[in-house]
Design a protein around this ligand. Structure first.
Ligand SMILES: Cc1cc2nc3c(=O)[nH]c(=O)nc-3n(C[C@H](O)[C@H](O)[C@H](O)COP(=O)(O)O)c2cc1C
Length: 298
């Protein structure tokens, strides 16, 4: 069967190998204790670590939001309806809704409206989930028909809301420019757990994308961020924030919001451990030159 034929180009593994090839120099002499405070979409957070845009969580999405709030982190939420968005908002968390590229535009507009009513900071779309891994057909996600949105459709979603709009799944300078042109406020560099085979590691593209868009777009990166040291590397290479998905899931399922909050706090502490050792007093002053890519780790 075609489904059993192995595919080349496991983007999750490629991503890990790339992150492992980045070594960090020390600048501890004269260093000061840093702050990880980060401003995103007009709000200041304790950390640049955000939750990944997750869905179908145990025990539920509101518990993830509660955990993010407790850790002082921005919470992205993925697939789900308006009831779930209300439940998340009631936790007091600062939220961004990533909406699926539904074939039915009403599914999209209703969630945008709900995000506005619930006081979300921003909305966005995981465009990368519109097509299948192994063919170019529009995907079906948990029984819902998706559709690859045209630029005109994306523009009308963006223009329909006063909230900043983020595109998740941009993974090139070309996509970053297009997102800027159509009015996005930010992008998430992501291959959505390897939905694209042979994808360039999002962290590898960060420097060129940052250089291309300057500070005109908020640039967030996700994918295989295992600890605060990975977060540090992404921040050094130009990210405004780093999303963490799978590492939160088991602690959330077994310990509830405290489990997710603990992981975010630990990752923030690891980030700060690396910041102090590289002489960065805050997230804006992490110097990309402390990162040394080496071939012999690949
Ligand atoms: C269980 C699960 C559900 C997810 N649901 C969504 C979703 O609804 N929307 C979305 O944009 N991404 C979704 N993602 C993808 C994540 O946002 C993220 O891109 C991916 O997991 C890579 O990050 P990670 O390696 O930190 O998990 C999901 C991932 C997982 C593991």
């Amino acid at each position: 069967m075609a489904g059993e034929r192995p595919l080349s180009g496991d983007s999750i593994a490629i991503n890990r190998r790339y992150l492992d090839s980045l070594l960090v120099e020390s600048r501890i002499v004269g260093a000061v204790h840093p702050t990880a405070e980060t401003t995103l979409f007009g709000e200041t957070f304790a950390t640049p670590v955000t939750t990944g845009a997750l869905s179908h969580l145990k025990p539920d999405m509101a518990s993830l939001a509660e955990g993010a709030r407790a850790a002082g982190a921005l919470c992205f939420i993925g697939m789900g309806g308006c009831d779930e968005m209300h439940a998340c908002a009631q936790t007091g968390a600062k939220l961004v809704k990533i909406i699926k590229p539904y074939a039915d535009p009403e599914e999209i507009y209703s969630r945008i409206e709900c995000a506005e009513k619930c006081g979300f900071l921003a909305v966005g779309m995981d465009v990368e989930h519109a097509v299948n891994v192994r063919d170019d057909r529009d995907s079906v996600v948990v029984g819902k028909q998706m559709k690859l949105p045209t630029l005109e459709e994306l523009k009308s979603y963006i223009q329909s809301t006063r909230l900043p709009f983020i595109i998740k799944g941009a993974l090139s300078v070309k996509d970053a420019y297009t997102c800027e042109d159509i009015g996005c406020a930010g992008i998430i560099l992501s291959h959505h757990n390897g939905l694209m085979r042979w994808a360039v590691p999002p962290t590898m593209l960060l420097p060129e994308i940052r250089k291309a868009v300057g500070n005109r777009l908020t640039v967030i990166v996700d994918g295989g961020m295992q600890d605060g040291y990975d977060v540090f590397k992404a921040m050094a290479l130009g990210a405004d924030a780093v999303s963490v998905g799978r590492p939160l899931m088991e602690p959330l399922a077994s310990q509830g919001p405290e489990g997710a909050a603990r992981v975010i706090t630990e990752m923030t502490d690891e980030l700060k451990a690396m910041m102090v050792r590289t002489g960065a007093k805050d997230v804006k002053s992490i110097d990309p030159a402390v990162i040394h890519p080496v071939d012999w780790m690949r």
